[in-house]
Structure formats: C-alpha cells, structure tokens
Design a protein around this ligand. Structure first.
Ligand code: SF4
Length: 257
C-alpha cells in the first residue's frame, strides 16, 4: 500500500519514550492558526514537500534504528498533519511494526470519523491526542472546525481501548488559549475521563515560519511571542493545584498535588 509521507525523522526524543523514528504524513482536516507544519496540511505533494512511499519502504527506514529502540525503549511514532487521514496506510505501518516488536505511538488531533480510529487502535501502544481549545466556537474560529467530534472520540476510545496509554496535550498559544479559564476547562474534561490520563502543556513556537514563506502563505499569528519557561510553569502549577491528582507536565517538569 502507498501513502503520502512528508518526511521521516530518526533519533527523535520528544514524541514518545526513548529514541524514536517519527513518520510525518501529509493531509489534515484542521487549519490551526499556529500550525508549525503548514506543508503537512494538504494531502498533495506541493513545492517539493512530500513523497509517495509504500508501507514497506517506510518500514525499511524504521528498521534502520532497531538497535536504538532496543537500548532506549524507543520505537516508531506516526504523526502528521493528521495521520488518520491516511488511516489504512497508518494501520499498515503500525501493524508491521508491532509484528516485529517495535513500540508504536500515534500523534493525532482525533478530528476524524471514529471508524478511522478503530482501524489503527489495536496497534497503538501510546496515543498522544491534542485538545487545543475547549470552547467550541473558539475552536472553530482558530482551527476551522468545532471540537465536539474530538471530545466524543476521546471519551469513546478510552472506554473501548482501556489498555492503550493515552496522553492529552495542549499547545499553549498566547492570545488564543493561554488563559486559565480555557485551560482549566480542558483540565477538568481530562480529570473527568473514565481512565487516568495525564495532561501535557506544550509552548507555542514559531519554527514553521520558513515553510509559510516557501508556500507563499502569510503567517497567521504575526509577531505572537512564545510563552516563557516561567509562564508555562506557572500555568501548569495553577492547573495542577486547581484540579487535584491530575498530573500536569510542561517542559519536562511535572506538577501534581
Ligand atoms: S492539527 Fe496539527 S498539522 Fe493540522 S493544522 Fe493543526 S497544527 Fe497543523
């Protein structure tokens, strides 16, 4: 089976446990204003971004770092764009990886029909899901779509696949969701879930600006600054204090009370 791959990165440290190979796929239903990989949004190959590959070709790349996975408890992470836009291709890579004993992780927005999630679920060891904004109208304003499907998919997934490790991430964006009211609504949603799910705050960054220039697109957030370390720690601490027993992690430090 063939899919459209944006790029494959070896030796990644921040997309799951240990050393990982991250396979970035093209195509995404959302258009987040802060997106750092605008070249991943279209499913088409554009301006030299992306290539068609078979699942076996991707596996050849993944297997090159077999020895590092073994020594670091690492594995493969499928990311995007939104990897579940190519759910059959994603399933094939995850299934083949599991078959040869490689740990698997998936980074997703969950903004897809649940039928696509079911295709990959049995082959995912760790799932990273973004909850970007809790207020539906704001989610629609800043990402292009509402969030009801995402929240419903998370609740259903946790009931149907309790053995999968799930982690929820919030990209913290100044001027959009970087306020306690919005973040607290997400934290309460996570704390109310049927299973234990930790929360991770990721600071907004501007690494994708070059890609906007290459694509001939305007950068939507202009001069929005990245949050400081101190601001991120303060927010994580405040959420953890307000929602007891919910581990909130940011920049490798965990707050829990
Ligand atoms: S979900 Fe991710 S890849 Fe898709 S637009 Fe948002 S930030 Fe970009």
């Amino acid at each position: 089976m063939e899919g459209t791959v944006l790029r494959i990165e070896q030796g990644a440290l921040y997309d799951g446990a240990g050393l990982r190979t991250v396979v970035y796929l093209k195509g995404c239903p959302l258009r987040c204003a802060w997106c750092s990989t605008p070249e991943s949004q279209s499913k088409l190959i554009e301006k030299g971004y992306g290539q068609r590959m078979t699942a076996d070709e991707v596996m050849d790349e993944i297997e090159k770092d077999d020895i590092f996975y073994f020594h670091s408890d690492g594995g493969v992470t499928i990311s995007g764009g939104e990897a579940l836009i190519q759910a059959d291709f994603t399933r094939e890579i995850l299934q083949k990886s599991k078959y040869i004993g490689i740990n698997t992780a998936l980074e997703t927005s969950f903004c897809v029909p649940y039928s696509e999630i079911k295709k990959v679920a049995p082959y995912v060891d760790t799932l990273f899901v973004d909850v970007k904004i809790f207020t539906d109208e704001l989610h629609k304003k800043w990402t292009g779509l509402g969030n009801q499907r995402i929240l419903t998919n998370i609740r259903r997934f946790l009931i149907e696949y309790p053995s999968c490790e799930v982690r929820i991430r919030i990209p913290v964006i100044p001027g959009i969701n970087m306020n306690v009211t919005e973040l607290l609504m997400i934290a309460c949603f996570v704390a109310d879930l049927d299973h234990f799910v930790p929360l991770e705050l990721l600071p907004y960054h501007r690494y994708g600006m070059h890609s906007y220039q290459t694509l001939g697109r305007e950068y939507p957030l202009g001069d929005t600054p990245s949050p400081s370390f101190a601001e991120m720690f303060e927010l994580a601490d405040q959420l953890a204090r307000t929602v007891p027993h919910l581990p909130v992690t940011t920049l490798a430090q965990t707050f829990i009370y």
